[in-house]
Design a binder for this molecule. Structure first.
Ligand code: ADP
Ligand code: MG
Length: 140
């Protein structure tokens, strides 16, 4: 079993799409290992996206990610990282495949509904940013 970190971003929460998006994720075969709702402070959102700090969109990204509550979720599945990236679609919803979460629900490249880790190594780091060991003991 592999793990990945998803975040339902503040636009997902504002649009009342937590339920439908989680349904799409679980129908695709992912198990939810841990889940919380948190309103990130700008410095906390900035820390999560620190790899992007030199990018032109960083300031807007930090403002967006701290604009309201978001929902980090630890998901488990075989091949979880790659399969979840396939389920969410390309960063820009205009380029995302038909039926992907971003193609269905996202407005633009910045406000794109959901985050997914891009490698096993980053998944472990990102899971550790939001969850403690005791949250991650699998009992299913
Ligand atoms: P992904 O989330 O698909 O892994 P990146 O890691 O490249 O994409 O970027 C992180 C997040 O930063 C994106 O999901 C999106 O919210 C935002 N972002 C990326 N590129 C742009 C851009 N060109 N303009 C505005 N926001 C962007
Ligand atoms: Mg990324």
């Amino acid at each position: 079993m592999e793990r990945t970190l998803a975040i339902l971003k503040p636009d997902c929460v504002r649009k009342n799409l937590i339920g439908p998006v989680i349904s799409q994720i679980t129908e695709a075969g992912f198990k939810i290992l841990a889940l919380r709702m948190v309103h990130l402070a700008p410095h906390t959102a900035g820390g999560f996206y620190a790899v992007h700090r030199e990018r032109p969109f960083y300031k807007d990204l930090v403002a967006f990610m701290s604009s309201g509550p978001c929902v980090p979720i630890v998901l488990e599945k075989e091949n979880a990282v790659a399969d979840f990236r396939a389920l969410i679609g390309a960063t820009d919803p205009k380029e995302a495949e038909e039926g992907t979460i971003r193609q269905l629900h996202a407005d633009n490249k910045g406000e794109n509904i959901v985050h997914g880790s891009d490698s096993d190594e980053n998944a472990a780091i990102e899971i550790g940013y939001f969850f403690q060991g005791l949250d991650l003991v699998s009992t299913h």
